[in-house]
Design a protein around this ligand. Structure first.
Ligand code: CP
Length: 310
């Protein structure tokens, strides 16, 4: 693969290979000296049209730890604000001989469009409601490290599935590696294509969390909702927010996950989110750097060699 546009199109061997590569960076990232030079001479550009804390920062750290030059394009102060199109912006960066373009965009399919036009490798860092492949990989790595496997685990993904690229990529990856995926949501927060996604659908946390190994909570993406369809926070938390009472329905050693950013008291109880025995939220962030190092390295190996490199 020349690009990483989604989990769709990757087979179980590809997925396991990326997870193994990422695993090999976890120890390095915990050392004082974190830098290696495998991407020396490469240029990575982060082009984020939507806000990000975790993804943008971890791609930057990942690239720098591998020795690449990393540029963060600030869309807010770029010529996008003067009307330059996505394609023209990306072609401009392409002409500067970028090796890897990491793109986040509100339109589903935007990275795929760029991948057809540009010479550099394109990584999808989240496109609309479609996919967020590196998030699914870091979630899988986090689960595998906690539970020792993915096969046979029951993973309940709860909340705003309709607007979640994280849910979609996770469903594809977890199904691909043999987990049983459930989604728990009110009917209004399920995507139209849910029947084609090979998941069991639940409309109550009580039923959906029963005997789950992993409970993955999602943020209510109110920015993608029409006014009247935004649920009331109090009602939403009562029925679909995760607290200790609802978590008690899952397996006794069930772990809690959230891709972030989280809205405390909306989809997750604040105290539970901070419970380091039950919550894997910080581990997810840590694994994000290792996964992005693996992805950058694997794609860079497909590019023409850097002159002068060994
Ligand atoms: N999980 C995630 O994509 O977080 P950011 O929006 O902060 O990158």
């Amino acid at each position: 693969h020349r690009h990483l546009l989604g989990i769709e199109g990757l087979n179980p061997l590809d997925l396991r290979y990326l997870l193994e590569r990422a695993e090999s960076y976890v120890a390095l990232n915990r050392q004082t000296e974190k830098k290696i030079g495998t991407l020396r001479g490469r240029t990575i550009i982060n082009l984020f049209f939507e806000n990000s804390t975790r993804t943008r920062t971890s791609f930057e750290l990942a690239g720098k730890r591998l020795g690449a030059d990393v540029i963060n394009m600030s869309v807010a102060s770029s010529s996008v604000k003067k009307g330059e199109t996505l394609i023209d912006t990306a072609m401009t960066l392409n002409a500067m001989h970028a090796d890897v373009l990491v793109v986040r965009h509100a339109e589903s399919g935007a990275p795929h469009l760029l991948a057809r036009k540009l010479n550099c490798a394109v990584i999808n860092a989240g496109d609309g409601t479609h996919e967020h492949p590196t998030q699914a990989l870091l979630d899988a790595l986090t689960i595998r490290r906690r539970k020792g496997r993915l096969e046979g685990l029951v993973v309940a993904i709860c909340g705003d599935i309709a607007h979640s690229r994280v849910a979609r990529s996770n469903i594809l990856l977890l199904n691909g590696l043999g987990a049983e995926v459930r989604v728990v949501a009110p009917p209004t927060l399920l995507p139209a294509e849910i029947d084609r996604l090979n998941v069991r659908v639940f409309h109550s946390m009580r039923e959906g969390l029963k005997d789950a190994d992993i409970v993955m909570m999602l943020r209510l993406q109110t920015e993608r909702m029409q006014g009247a369809l935004i649920p009331s926070v109090r009602e939403y938390f009562h029925f679909f927010g995760l607290d200790r009472e609802k978590l008690a329905l899952a397996k006794p050693d069930a772990a809690v996950m959230h891709p972030g950013p989280m809205n405390r008291g909306v989809e997750i109880d604040s105290d539970l989110a901070d419970d380091i025995d039950r919550s894997l939220i910080n581990e997810q962030v840590e694994m994000g750097v290792a996964v992005r190092m693996a992805c950058l390295e694997v794609l860079s190996e497909k590019l023409p060699a850097v002159q002068g490199a060994q």
